[in-house]
Each structure stands twice: as C-alpha cells, then as structure tokens.
Design a protein around this ligand. Structure first.
Ligand SMILES: Cc1ncc(COP(=O)(O)O)c(C=O)c1O
Length: 482
C-alpha cells in the first residue's frame, strides 16, 4: 500500500470519528460538560489507531466542541458553541475564491451620490418649518393605540386608518375619489415605482420617462429590469407622438400637474393624446403627483386620475415634501379593478412603513394639522420664491432667466448657449451649494443645460444669507467660462 493511500485512509477515519462525535454532541448523546473516554479506550473499542483518535479530538477541540483539561482528560464543551469556532473563522482563501461584484444596474445606482449639503437642493423641503411638537404628540398618542396585530405580518398595503384618512385628503385637496382599498402605503416613491414595475411589466418590457425628468424614477425602473427610454417635454408637457421605445412600452412615468423639474402643466390636448396612446399600447400611466398640494398662483392643477375616465391611471404620491423626507411614507392609488390583487402582491413585498408613523400620520391628517401646515408652507414658499426671484433678476436676469411657479420648491435656469452645467454644479458643490445640473435629469442626448435650484430647501433667514453667495458663485462660474 502506498504512503499517500495510507495517509488518505487515516484522514478518512479521523473525519469519520470527528463527524460521529459532532453528531453525538449535537443530539445530546454526549451532553455538555461530559468527560469523554480516553483516546486509548476509543482506540481499543473502535479498532482505530490512537493517532487517528487523537487527531479527531484535536479537530473538535479546535472547532470548540471539546475542551482538553490538562491532566484530567477531554470534555464536551459547556455550553457547546452555537456556531463552532471553525465556521466563525473565514478560511484565508475565501476572499480570494469569492469576491462579489456589483451588477451593471447596481453600479449604475451606485454611481450617483447625494450631495452632503441640502442648501438649494431641488426636491427638498425646508424641514425647519415642520411642526414637530404637534407631530410628536401624534406619535405619542399613536404609540398607545398600536395593537399587537399591527405589529405582526399582514399589514401589507398599510393600516386602514391611514388609508381612510388619505382618501379624505385626496378628495379634498386633489379631487381624487377612491376607496381606502385602492391605496397601498409604501416607504417612498422608489418603492411605489418598484411595485408598479413588478405588477405591470415583465423584465425587458419598455418604460417611458420624461426628459428632463426625475432621474430617480428612470433608475428604479431600470433596476426593475425595464428598458427605459425618454420622451422630451416642452411647454405643454410630454408629447406622446414623440415616444419611441426599443421594447413594447408597458409603463409611462410622468408628472402632469407640475412637470419635474420644468414645472409645466400637461395640456388638455396632450392629456387626451396620452390616454389614446396608453390605450393603443396597453400601457399603464404612472402619474406622480409629488407636490401639487403646494398650489402656486392660479387654479389648482387637476391630476389625470381625478379627470372623468381617469380611473385607470395609477396615482403615486408622497409625504416627503408636504411633511418631511425622513418620514418615508408614500402611496400608490391603484385602479379599483386591480386593487385587491395589488394589495396581496404588495403584502408579499413588505413595503409599508412602520405602524406608529402610519397611525400618527392618519391623525395628523384627520385633525386638520396637515392642512394647516400646507397653508403655512404655501405662504412661506410664495415669499421665498418672490424674494429669490427678485435677487436673481437683479444679479443674473440679463444672462439667465429663472423659470418656476410660486408653489414649487425649486426654479430652473437655462444656461446661455454653449454653456455646460456639470462644471458649474461642481463649482457650486465645492462652495457648499447643492443645485442640480439639468443635464443629469436627461436620459438621452441632446441634454438641456441648466441649473435646478431649490430655494424651498432653506428657511427665509438662510435664503437671505446664502442666496447672494449662491448667485455670486454662479455669476463667477459663468464669467470663468467666458
Ligand atoms: C418628482 C418626484 N417625485 C417624488 C419624489 C419623492 O420621493 P420619495 O417619496 O421617495 O421621497 C421626489 C423627491 O425629490 C420627486 O422629485
């Protein structure tokens, strides 16, 4: 018999004995703290070489199943390890053997970072205006009303109290009539979009987004495996006649009440054309009504979901702007005919927010506090908008026009011909400001060049202090390029 064969056989016997001992310890046949027969006895009764027994003991000592007490023998560890020592120690070559890498869509998601500052960031409300003391009271009362049932599984779709309150809120402020059962509570618009992409499209289907538009939406739809293409918007909003997709379109994400970021309202003619387009392709319209409660000047803008025949439009909403982004509560209003199925699917994906916050929010809405807060926010936004506009006109009015309505959290300024927004945004970031480049909100070429400036992210005091510095920095950036 060759030497290597002998070594293999002895190794096999060691492993066999080690396995038997482990199994006996796991099953409790060898109880924690029990003294084992000596290696000599094992060797005799099992007919194994003593070295084989000692090697098996050594292995189990190393793994934490056994302990050797000098002069008194070998014992079963007490307590026995939940995860044996050998499994806790990563083999040295594990890292080399398996180093995970991100997928393409993972890398795409990871390629953009939110700036650290929120000064002048678009889409960010001034959270200092939020009535936190009132909110804390609602949370305290909610904490007393949370039931064990609410803490368990089965709350997919959201708590009934919040869905009922939201129904009232939507009817009152947005003219949307729906049943509580049509509403699904999620933890943010990204969740809402993932849910809709999953429910309405297969991987590889086409999705359409606006250009410029909410880049997060394109990112999420792409992450859901959809082939995303963009349709450009003009002063009437998106033009369905210009939609071109590589794959059959199944969903279209859009912001008809206040186009993000340009602020236009989708015209009636385009709304009709879009309905016809959706019907022709069997595509689902995902209407994001993200901040229309901040009505600016003029008539409130009506969601497509609220219009006659709009019941098949899926409405997405969020409390990030009208309350505060850290709340992470958003919602989807499903077409009534699909609502029950959608509720069951949503429950499988565990998307809804925490019960305390949901209950507190229901009370915040029904007690009228949300409406009071909205009224205050509207007035304050209009003041900020007016002040910033004046400053802009005075300092930069001849070079760049600032567009945007009084109800929006941000305005958009197009760069003069030939200007590039990315270097300018980089310069502003270095100075501590977070406006976004309009080009970064465009999926396809040609990309518009401009700045999306969130004056609504600051308090009036901060705006007065930082506004002139921002404007000065923009002017310097434009000059440096000239
Ligand atoms: C167009 C648009 N929709 C929705 C949201 C809100 O997203 P979330 O609910 O994830 O906070 C934002 C936030 O910036 C937005 O700009």
């Amino acid at each position: 018999m060759s030497r290597s064969h002998t070594a293999r056989t002895s190794q096999t016997r060691t492993d066999w004995l080690a396995r038997r001992l482990r199994a006996s310890i796991r099953r409790g046949v060898l109880a924690p703290g029990k003294r084992l027969p000596s290696s000599r006895e094992y060797s005799r009764t099992l007919g194994l070489g003593r070295n084989t027994v000692l090697a098996a003991f050594g292995k189990l000592i190393e793994e934490g199943w056994l302990v050797a007490r000098h002069g008194s023998g070998t014992y079963v560890a007490d307590p026995i390890p939940v995860i044996p020592a050998h499994a806790r120690r990563a083999p040295a070559d594990l890292a080399a053997a398996f180093s995970p890498t991100l997928s393409r869509r993972g890398m795409q998601l990871a390629s953009t970072d939110r700036p650290r500052t929120t000064a002048f960031a678009p889409g960010v409300p001034d959270v200092s205006e939020f009535p936190f003391t009132q909110w804390l009271h609602c949370l305290q009362r909610a904490s007393r009303r949370v039931t064990p049932r609410m803490l368990n599984y089965g709350q997919g779709g959201g708590l009934a109290a919040l869905r009922e309150a939201l129904c009232q809120h939507l009817a009152l402020t947005r003219g949307v009539l729906c049943d509580p059962g049509d509403i699904i509570i999620t933890s943010g618009t990204a969740d809402s979009l993932l849910l809709c992409a999953t429910l309405f499209a297969e991987a590889g289907d086409g999705a359409v987004v606006e250009q410029p538009g909410y880049s997060q939406a394109a990112g999420v739809l792409r992450s859901a495996g959809l082939a995303v293409s963009a349709v450009s918007v003009d002063a009437e909003g998106l033009d369905p006649l210009r939609i071109q997709t590589a794959a059959p379109p199944r969903v279209l994400y859009f912001t008809p009440c206040r186009q993000y970021p340009l602020g236009h309202e989708l015209s009636m003619a385009r709304r009709a054309a879009l309905s016809a387009w959706a019907q022709r392709y069997g595509a689902v319209l995902l209407e994001d009504d993200y901040d229309s409660e901040f009505v600016g000047s003029g008539e409130p803008r009506m969601p497509m979901r609220a219009a006659p025949g709009g019941e098949s439009v899926v409405l997405l909403g969020s409390f990030s702007k009208i309350m505060f982004p850290g709340l992470r509560i958003a919602y989807v209003v499903m077409p009534h005919a699909l609502a029950a199925q959608a509720q069951r699917a949503a429950a499988r994906l565990f998307m809804a927010a925490r019960p305390w916050e949901q209950l507190a929010l229901a009370e915040f809405i029904t007690s009228g506090r949300l409406r009071q807060h909205l009224l205050r926010m509207r007035a304050s936004l209009a003041r900020k908008h007016g002040w910033f506009r004046q400053l802009w006109q005075k300092e930069l009015g001849d070079v760049m026009r600032l567009a945007g309505d009084a109800g929006a959290l941000h305005g958009v300024a197009m760069l003069p011909p030939g200007g590039r927004d990315q270097p300018l945004v980089q310069r502003l970031r270095e100075a501590g400001f977070a406006p976004e480049a309009l080009s970064s909100m465009c999926l396809e070429r040609p990309r518009s060049q401009g700045l999306v400036i969130g004056h609504g992210s600051l308090s009036m005091g901060e705006l007065k202090r930082l506004g002139p510095r921002l404007v000065h920095e923009i002017a310097a950036g434009l000059r440096a390029r000239a």
